[in-house]
Design a protein around this ligand. Sequence first.
Ligand code: GUN
Length: 281
Amino acid sequence: MILIDGKKAAAELRQELKHEVTGLKAKYNKVPGLTVILIGDLTPSQIYVRNKEKSANEVGLKSEVIKYPDSVEEKTVLEKIEQLNADETVSGILVQLPLPKHIDKQKVIETILPSKDVDGFHPMNVGNLSSGYESSVPCTPLGCYLLIKKVEPNLSGKKAVIVGRSNLNGKPMTQLLLKENCTVTITHSKTKDLKAECLEADIIVAAVGIPELVKGDWVKKDTIVIDVGINKTENGIVGDVAFDEVSKNAKALTPVPGGVGPMTIACLLKNTIECFKRLHK
Ligand code: GUN
C-alpha cells in the first residue's frame, strides 16, 4: 500500500511556488499578496490562519491577517473587503469560515472580487469551474486532486466515488475529476447503499465528516482512497476512513493528519499566485 505523504507533497509544492514567486518578483518587481480576514476567537480557525500566514511567508508572498472580534458588524467586514478589492497589492482575499451567525456568509463571499477569490467560493468561480473555464478552484479538493494525480497520472475512464456533497469539497471535487474524464458518483447521507457504491470505485474521496465511516470491506484492491475528514473523537483526531482496515485493502491512502491538510494550505498559496498571474497577464 502506498501511504500518500501529504506533508512531503506540500513541501515540494511550496518549493516550486517559492521559485515561481522569485521569478515573478524579478519580472514585475512585486510579489503576490494574500490577505486573510479572521473573525472571532475559534481555536481551530486561529490555528489554520496562523499556518496559512507562516506558509505564505515561507514562499515569499506578502501576507496580512486582519482580525475582528466576534461582535464585528457585517458592514465593517464588507467595507474592508471592498477596500481590499481595490488594493493593487492584494492578489487574494480569504475570509476564514465559519462566521458568526449575524454575518451573512454568502454576502461576504459575493463581495470578494471573483479575480481575488482564492477560495473559489464565489458563484462566478463555481460556475466557471463547472463549465470547464478558467477559475479559482477550492483549495481542499485541488489538494486532493494533486495527490490523486501523483499516484495515478492518467485518470481517464476511472470510476470515482465522492462521499459527501458539500460546496467546499464534494461538488468541486466532482468537477475536477470529470475534467479528467472520470466517471463520477456523488454519494451522501440519503444514498441507499454506500458500501456497494464504494466497492465500485477506483478512487474514493471521503469528505463527509463522519469518523471512520469508510470501512475496510468497502474498498476493493487497487483503489486510491483520499480522506478529507478531520473529526475530533475520544481517541483523538480521526478521518472519515477507518485507516487501519482500509490500509490493508487499498492501493493508496492518505493519513490523517499529514495527508490532505498540508496540501490545502499549499494550494491556497498556489491560488494566490494564480490570481496574481491572471491579473498581470
Ligand atoms: N474554514 C475551513 N476550511 C476553510 C477554507 O477552505 N476556506 C475558508 N475560507 N475557511 C475555511
